[in-house]
Every structure is written in structure tokens, then in C-alpha cells.
Design a protein around this ligand. Sequence first.
Ligand code: ADP
Length: 453
Amino acid sequence: MPRTLSFDDLKTAVAEGTIDTVLVCLVDMQGRLMGKRFHAVNFVETSFNETHCCNYLLATDIEMATPDGFASTSWQSGYGDYVMKPDLETIRPVPWLEGTAMVLCDVLDHHNHPVPHSPRAILKKQIARLAELGFEAMMATELEFFLFADSLDKIREGGFRELTPISGYNEDYHIFQTTKEENVMRPIRNHLYAAGLPIENSKGEAEAGQEELNIRYSPALDCADYHTIAKHAVKEIAWQHGHAATFLPKWHRDRVGSSSHVHQSLWKDGTPMFLNKDDDLGMSELMKNYMAGLIAFAPDYTYFLAPYVNSYKRFAKGTFAPTKTVWSVDNRTAGFRLCGAGTKGVRVECRIGGSDLNPYLAQAVMLAAGIKGIEDKMTLAAPSKGDVYDDAKAGDIPQTLRAACENLRGSAFLREVLGDDVVDHYTRSAEWELEEFDRVVTDWEIARGFERA
Ligand code: ADP
């Protein structure tokens, strides 16, 4: 297995001069790495203890605007500091940058308490609740994204209008087409592997220029750390090679969207607790309860799987992106799919999440829903069959950010498991995104109505 660096390994590398820079990062609400570049000597001598950042980092939008309405911080309270506490278990080399290592931080207040709305803290809380029940969650999040011929800078300077995918045709499982992308994908796989991520494979996806990266399933916190680092690396390595990578779920109305499917199973002391060989589908009662919770509360937590206006453009009939909160056996049209039926790898795959999800938040709310299903011994309905897009009896995934935001605000379940402060914080974030969108006059409105209205 690939490994991270111990703190002693890092000190040795710094003394030998092979590492001179340490990226000290937190994960923000959008799932991005934010932080500082330390001189490695300063890091190993003092800053490994802690450093500080403005507390607005967990209360900005994607453009770094400072919306009002957050209880945790504001202009009135003067935007003070948080403590960034390096988690020394997460030190790793960053092989695609010269002489560089990285560490992820937990975010604490001045009383050394975890900041409740910090994504890492939100996931850790649900992992601890699951541990009290005696289980460990193993998760895998698939990363889908598009590569473009031009660089991000060129595309931005052109107003995001000239978007030419790196390849000319649907490259699903396509070896020849993806060979042409190996100048970007091979360094992504190999650098991430050398950074301690258990990379499984990359493959072409079902659209021109679309790739998928798969990382081996891992304990939930590791999985979220891997996802975040991998997403960052994909953008950075593509940029180094003069190309753009985007995780926008739907960059063109006629092109397939990008998702992030989340595979989930519960284990105890190395035993897969979702497996019951005597069941028709090899599913344990525990798995059925977990899935019942996952499905019942999907409309409540969809915001955390689809946090932007654009996220909802992906949910279209006949595209492999789901629209219904039902489960099925190895059927890609439902929101939840049973995979590995009857084997040690039996698991549920949630197919709702877009490539823009924050993996800490997505995993946390799904774990919470699964835990609720276990605690209340919820009953799992029979699996759906055939094309579930047209199943009138099946529940719907919220179709817009507005609907998902209202579900989040009104969710007694999420208020109970995450806390009112966390739900209010993320509801405000969703509301702000809608307010920003509502202020914009779009190209579509102009073209549609300018002459004909
Ligand atoms: P697919 O054919 O759907 O891509 P894969 O066999 O590649 O399926 O597996 C998809 C993901 O599921 C991989 O990242 C893999 O590590 C993960 N996975 C496999 N077994 C489990 C498990 N028991 N729990 C959670 N994730 C798992």
C-alpha cells in the first residue's frame, strides 16, 4: 500500500534538503484546499503545532465574497481567526511540485474546539457516532471530470466561450482515445500514488474529453482526504500541461454531466457487515436498514450532493444521472445501486452526487442517514426494476437548488444529527448562491427575449 510521510520522515527530508516547502491546508465549504506555503524548516520547528487563518475561509462563496447572515462570523464581529491544527497523520509528498510536502488541518476555535461547520469536523462527528455502534464505514468516491484542449487561463480570458474538449468523441472505456490523454492522466495516476493515495485506475467516460479517476475504497475520512487531494491534483497537473480540467457537473446542455458516485459499506474488525450469504441478494439486515435510511432522507440531504445551481442541470432523464430516490440491483438508472451482490465487496452506490460535491459533507450526511436507518430499524422497499426514470411511484430527487435548500432548512433529521448551527450555516450558503444567481441576467434570457419579447 502507498503510504504517507511520518513527521520524522518529513524532518529527515527537510534536513537532507529534499523537501523545502510544506503546504498547510484546510478544506473549505466548497471542498477546496486553502492555506499557506510554509518554508519546511519553519514547519518542522514550530508551525507543525498550529497556524492561523481568517475565519471567513469557512463563510465565503466560491468567488471569496463575504455574504452576510452567518452566525459564526461577520463584518460586525470583525472576521477574527481560526486555528489551523495540522493533522500529522496526513503529511505526504506532493510529487508534482518540486521539493514540496502537504499536510491537512483540522479547524479549531480559540478554545481548541473543532469549528462545527468545518467539513472535516462534520464528517468526524458522524464517524464517531458510527464507531459507538461498533462499525467502521468504508467509502469510495469516483471522480469524473472533463479535460479541455486549452489552458484554464486562456479559457477564462476568452470568457469561457471557446470550450474545446481534449478529444473528439465519446471515450467510454476507450483505450486508443485515452492513450492520447496519457500525457496528463499518467502523471495524475503516478504522482497521486506516490503521494500515498491508493489509485486504482483511470478510464475514459461517456463523453468527449471526459475522464474518471478511481481510488480504492478506504475508511471514510481517508476517502474524503483522498478525493480532495486528487481533485486538486487533477486541476493542477492538467494546468502544468497546458490543459484545463473542470469538475463543473454540466458544462454544456448537450453533453453528459460529471458525477461523483459514492460507494459505501460498513465493516467490523475486517468483516464486511453488509454481507449475508443466506439472503437472496447477499444483503444483511444491517445493510437493508442502512439503505432504507439513505433513501428516506435523500431529499433532505441532496443539497450536500448538489450544492450549486448548475448541479441540478445534470439530473436529466436518459443520461445515467438519476432523478429518483429508489434503489435497484446493478441498474444505473436509479439513485442507489446495489453493487457486488452476495460478495465480500457488497455495497451501495449513491449515484446522486455531482462532481462538485464536497466529499466530507456528502459522506457525513449519508452516514447520518444510514445510522438513522439502523437505529430505527427502517424497512427497505423492494428494488425497482427496468428504466426507473418513468416510475411514477418512485420519489423524486429535488429538481432545483431552491427546492434542495428548502428541504435542508426544514429537515428535522439533519437538525438532529448535524445541529441547528451547522444546518443554518449551510442553508445560508445555499440561499446566498440563489440570491447571487437571481441577480444575474443570463445570456439565455437575452437571446430568447431581446427581439421576440
Ligand atoms: P464499477 O465497475 O462500478 O466502476 P468498481 O469495481 O470499479 O465498480 O468499483 C467502484 C468503486 O467501488 C471502487 O473505487 C472500489 O474501490 C469501490 N469499492 C469496492 N468494494 C467496496 C466496498 N466494499 N465498499 C466501498 N467501496 C468499495
